[in-house]
Design a protein around this ligand. Structure first.
Ligand SMILES: Cc1cc2nc3c(=O)[nH]c(=O)nc-3n(C[C@H](O)[C@H](O)[C@H](O)COP(=O)(O)OP(=O)(O)OC[C@H]3O[C@@H](n4cnc5c(N)ncnc54)[C@H](O)[C@@H]3O)c2cc1C
Length: 445
């Protein structure tokens, strides 16, 4: 049996179940042109992936395997690799991934292996076999299953490498070319970014676990794990994180486990309700399409400091603190009254950790249109939020240096911002109380 091991959201050697089958194999990675063609040339995620593909290549060499890298549409790669018996890959649940895998399964036997999430999509179900749409009961059931789950590392089996030519990147379109193994070959440019190993992040996080629950929302403390990008691309497996947590069980690990289970819950929802990728789960109202407001939002010119600081953080770093994501998404859907789908796509374009399930479900949660039992009238006041979680406005000033000279208390004061002119910084685009009232009326229908 000759197998293709298709690395996708599992860019690592360590504890990778793809490597547990053994036999005659060809490990591959595909730079998917369907996806790459939509991205900007300085996309930070492509830089991150490229770095880890090279690292994976070296790691595989250490066990006698060689990663063959393609630049092509996945369908074309599998037409090219016809002499194999099956392709093995770990799960990917968004609509594009599901359709792509379905098409490939018509060419070649396709075997999924569970790795990306803690649970399989059909592992945490109600007693009647239907999926949960509410988090708390899902979490309770998931927790019981987790306690009895085998989360030991996957062993690496013995492999025989199928001979292929491995130089550089194989570009497949009308004519096949071998390109040098560099970012420029696939049309991207290098971006300076610091890449920490997930194991280093875990060591730092160890010092913060006990404070995670109480302090994770404070914008300047950097208490959270920063592991979302690693979970996204599988540079660490979720089981390794769980083993780390259980090994530190004397600390307050449960709030963090709960967040990991949240990630699984969202993936399971997207799997069972694929239409929620673009459509409301509940309520008809879906925002007002105002391109001018949207443009000002994208340029971080809403005049609300915490919102503009968040957007600037995202544009500059590819990250945004979770609390700020919540404040921004609420402001976007309830104050600016824009369709959540527009905000979701904006985040999708820039977030390093962009994950369809977590992003869509979090946006629907903020808009109040999702599965969450809390309805539309949950509206965050961005000024009260920033006063609470960024009291000294350090986060705001770090991201908007034009506001360095303004006293912190004024940056959380809507009336002050509406009535004063601040050099190089716009006045708030909307009056929060009025906008929020209008949103509640519109959602109520
Ligand atoms: C509007 C909005 C959009 C979001 N989009 C994404 C996204 O595209 N990709 C993404 O990974 N997360 C998304 N999140 C969830 C959350 O903001 C990030 O997972 C978190 O900020 C990552 O930082 P961390 O790794 O330090 O998290 P930690 O607090 O250390 O949490 C540990 C891990 O748990 C998971 N997690 C934590 N919070 C959530 C959550 N609310 N929902 C789902 N999983 C969670 C993540 O995998 C995270 O790495 C979004 C949240 C909001 C409000």
């Amino acid at each position: 049996m000759k197998r293709i091991l298709w690395f996708r959201r599992d860019l690592r050697l360590r504890d990778n179940p793809l490597l547990s089958l053994g036999g005659e194999v060809l490990p591959i990675f595909i730079f998917d042109t369907n996806i790459l063609h939509r991205l900007q040339k300085d996309d930070k995620r492509v830089n991150f992936i490229f770095y880890h593909v090279q690292k994976l290549k070296e790691e595989l060499q250490s066990i006698g395997l060689e990663l063959k890298v393609f630049y092509a549409k996945p369908q074309a790669v599998f037409e090219y690799l016809q002499n194999y018996d099956e392709v093995v890959a770990t799960g990917d649940y968004d609509s594009y991934a599901k359709q792509r895998d379905l098409e490939i399964s018509h060419k070649l036997h396709f075997r999924y292996i569970q790795d990306t999430y803690i649970f399989k999509h059909n592992e945490v179900l109600k007693v009647d076999g239907t999926p949960y749409y509410v988090f708390t009961p899902y979490y309770k059931k998931a927790r019981v299953i987790l306690d009895n789950k085998n989360i030991q590392p996957s062993p690496i089996a013995k492999h025989i490498l199928v001979p292929e030519s491995y130089d550089g990147i194989t570009k497949i379109d009308t004519n096949i070319q071998i390109l040098p193994l560099c970012l420029e070959s696939i049309g991207f440019s290098e971006v300076a970014m610091e890449i920490q190993t997930p194991q280093e992040k875990l060591e730092i996080f160890k010092l913060n676990i006990n404070n995670y629950q109480e302090q994770r929302d404070y914008l300047n403390l950097n208490i959270t794990s920063n592991l979302s990008v690693d979970l996204r691309f599988g540079t660490i497996g979720v089981r390794e994180i769980l083993r780390f947590l259980f090994a530190n069980a004397s600390q307050e690990i449960e709030p963090f486990i709960r967040q990991l289970i949240f990630r699984d819950f969202y993936a399971s929802l997207l799997f069972h309700l694929p239409y929620i990728e673009t459509k409301n789960y509940k309520y008809k109202f879906n925002g007002i399409e105002d391109k001018e407001k949207y443009q000002l939002f994208c340029e971080a010119k809403t005049g609300v400091p915490i919102i503009d600081a968040g957007v600037r953080e995202l544009l500059q770093t590819g990250n945004m603190h979770n609390r700020v994501r919540m404040i921004v998404a609420s402001f976007f859907t309830k104050d600016l009254l824009l369709p959540w789908q527009w905000g979701e796509l904006f985040f999708a374009k820039y977030l390093l950790d962009f994950d369809k399930a977590s992003n869509v479900l979090s946006w629907q949660w903020s808009a109040g249109t999702g599965v969450d039992p809390q309805p539309y009238f949950r509206v965050f006041n961005p000024y009260l939020q920033s006063k609470k979680f960024d009291k000294d406005a350090l986060y705001i000033k770090k991201n908007i240096p034009e506001l360095l000279h303004v006293e912190a208390k004024y940056l959380h004061d809507e009336n002050y911002l509406l009535s004063h002119t601040t050099l190089n910084y716009p006045k708030p685009l909307v009056f929060h109380k009025e906008a929020a009232k209008k949103a509640v009326e519109l959602f109520k229908g």
